[in-house]
Design a protein. Structure first.
Length: 266
């Protein structure tokens, strides 16, 4: 048995066109640094200027985060436009200029990305976020792998919190998000919540997949299962790159619902 968390390998294809999101699919979109702010043919320049989104990020206390958050919102608006007329649920995350989005029609979602290298205090996080069972798996990792391994675990923990709508405000070390480290997907009971957040959750189990990125980093996707006969969705992955189709407009008629986005804090 390997004690490094297994990851689902996906084919990340570039796409800028109207997309059909099947009922039990999840679409992942990865946006790379420098790609979002580029002018794109067939898309109004006002969309990239921020428009209504700029005032929403101007209140961030850390000015360095204003432009990255503006890019994230603009890209989200454009991606939603790809699914015109479809009811969507989504989650997104950012790290070191990279953005990862997840879309579904029938599942609650939580997604997290951490680009390597990332300066973390491995032993402090080991105690803070890993359950007893998870520490047993983690401690079997060779020393050089523990840094990247901890970032894998962190993405599971934060994606879980986003799925449940509590961010990182739960007892992380009371929640076990692993069944078999050799499997990239898992099922876990909902646990670790504080009393004031228990009523927010409408399901008693969560499911997840550890994602292999096309760049050096960690990513995890969490979701519920509205269909008892199909726990895990079909996942398709796309790169946010290339030219936008002229047929895609800035306004979408899609109805959307999102889980909260909480910045990573150590």
């Amino acid at each position: 048995m390997s004690w490094e968390l297994a990851k689902k390998r996906l084919s990340w294809s570039p796409a800028f066109q109207g997309l059909e999101l099947a009922l039990d699919e999840v679409h992942l979109w990865l946006a790379c640094p420098g790609r979002i702010a580029e002018p794109r043919s067939g898309y109004p320049a006002c969309a990239w200027s921020g428009g209504r989104e700029r005032p929403r990020v101007s209140g961030l206390s850390d000015r360095r985060q204003q432009e990255p958050n503006l890019e994230a919102r603009v890209a989200l608006k454009i991606l939603i436009g790809f699914y015109t007329g479809q009811r969507l649920q989504f989650s997104y995350s950012m790290s070191s200029g990279y953005l990862l989005y997840a879309f579904s029609r029938n599942r609650e979602l939580g997604v997290d990305i951490e680009i390597h290298p990332r300066d973390v205090h491995v032993q402090r996080l080991r105690k803070r976020i890993l359950s007893k069972q998870e520490r047993e798996y983690f401690d079997r990792l060779p020393g050089p792998q523990q840094h990247s391994g901890m970032l894998d675990w962190w993405t599971r923990k934060e994606a879980y919190g986003k799925l449940l709508g509590v961010g990182i405000r739960y007892n992380m070390n009371k929640t076990t998000l692993v069944q078999d480290p050799d499997s990239f997907c898992w099922k876990s009971p909902v646990s670790g919540l504080f009393e004031n957040s228990l009523g927010r959750v409408g399901f008693d189990h969560v499911y997840g997949t550890q994602i292999e990125l096309p760049t050096d980093g960690s990513a995890a996707l969490m979701y519920n299962s509205p269909n008892p006969d199909r726990s895990h969705p079909n996942i398709k992955a796309f790169n946010f790159a290339g030219s936008i189709s002229a047929a895609t407009g800035p306004e979408s008629k899609s109805r959307v619902r999102t889980r909260c986005q909480i910045p990573l804090r150590y």
